[in-house]
Design a protein around this ligand. Structure first.
Ligand SMILES: C[S@@+](CC[C@H](N)C(=O)[O-])C[C@H]1O[C@@H](n2cnc3c(N)ncnc32)[C@H](O)[C@@H]1O
Length: 283
């Protein structure tokens, strides 16, 4: 496999995925995916299967579908293969499937973790392997919701800080710390996670590690947990999301509510109309 950006990150993430950095897709499944995926004989491709949680959900709730997954991390594939054997190790931008192989391609917080330089080609590959009229179903992180939460938290803690300075200078030190943490957790100008987000995630990872494993991490593990706290995330603006699919044959339907943390998208792949150059026939 050709070298892929960020693969080292995901190999380390796989080591801690089930205990420390797990995501729980059940909530997304019950609020979004289960309404979108009919229980029919469909061939489904899951992009970035991680520990196979989505393959498990499909097995449980969509018995008629045939699902397979891809992921580029050996560690993740090891987890996922405990759930399902139909998994391929490859990059999302080089899918080893024939054109028009799938009825549905599922991207759950997958484009969000794909670096800018291979984002467009990854979408192209997802489009290529979908049948005409096939569905792309995606949930990806959105700037507007992040901005709203950041602004609200900063405003609340800022107000609390002013009150605490008047009421109790000791308490105000604690509130000041929380305010700085909240203010720097997101960088709205560049729509990226901010400097304090790694610190907060690190704290969360450390606590989860201790609680789950009932032991303290070694120095090596502390280093790895810190490394994991700096995750690359593409948090899309509405405009960027439009641009990502412009020029593709997807007709995008956007189910996202006004202020939402993530995009909820369905894209129907439309047959491309190939315009033949009119040949001038000269007698
Ligand atoms: C955020 S996780 C997806 C979580 C998954 N939807 C779930 O609910 O369990 C992203 C996954 O994509 C994989 N991944 C990241 N970049 C990739 C790439 N360029 N090609 C293939 N897999 C990739 C990672 O190894 C990881 O397992």
């Amino acid at each position: 496999m050709k070298s892929q950006p960020n693969v080292e990150y995901w190999e380390v993430a796989a080591m801690y995925w089930n205990d420390v950095v797990t995501v729980t897709p059940y909530w997304a499944w019950s609020t979004f995916y289960c309404k979108k995926i009919p229980d029919e004989q469909l061939d489904i491709l899951v992009m970035g299967v991680a520990n196979g949680a989505f393959l498990l959900l499909l097995k449980e709730f969509r018995r008629k579908v045939w699902a397979c997954g891809i992921d580029f991390s050996f560690g993740m594939l090891k987890h996922a293969q405990k759930v399902e054997k139909k998994i391929v190790r490859c990059g999302g931008n080089v899918l080893p499937f024939k054109n028009e192989s799938f009825d549905v391609v599922l991207s759950d917080y997958f484009l969000t973790v794909i670096p800018e330089e291979i984002l467009k080609e990854t979408v192209k590959e997802m489009e290529r392997v979908l049948k005409s009229d096939g569905l792309l179903i995606a949930k990806e992180l959105r700037h507007r919701g992040h901005f709203a939460v950041w602004a609200l938290a900063s405003l609340l803690l800022g107000t609390l800080l002013v009150i605490s300075v008047v009421v109790s200078p000791v308490l105000s030190v604690f509130v000041f710390f929380l305010f700085v943490l909240a203010f720097l957790v997101y960088d709205p100008a560049h729509h990226k996670m901010g400097r304090s987000s790694a610190v907060s995630k690190f704290g969360l990872h450390l606590s989860k590690f201790v609680l789950k494993k009932r032991t303290f991490p070694t120095l090596k593990e502390i280093g790895e947990l810190y490394f994991l706290s700096n995750k690359y995330l593409h948090i899309f603006t509405d405009r960027e999301m439009d641009q990502l699919f412009s020029g593709s044959s997807f007709k995008i339907h956007d189910d996202t509510t006004f202020i939402s943390w993530s995009f909820s998208l369905t894209g129907i792949k439309k047959k491309r109309v190939v315009k033949m150059a009119e040949q001038e026939v000269s007698d």
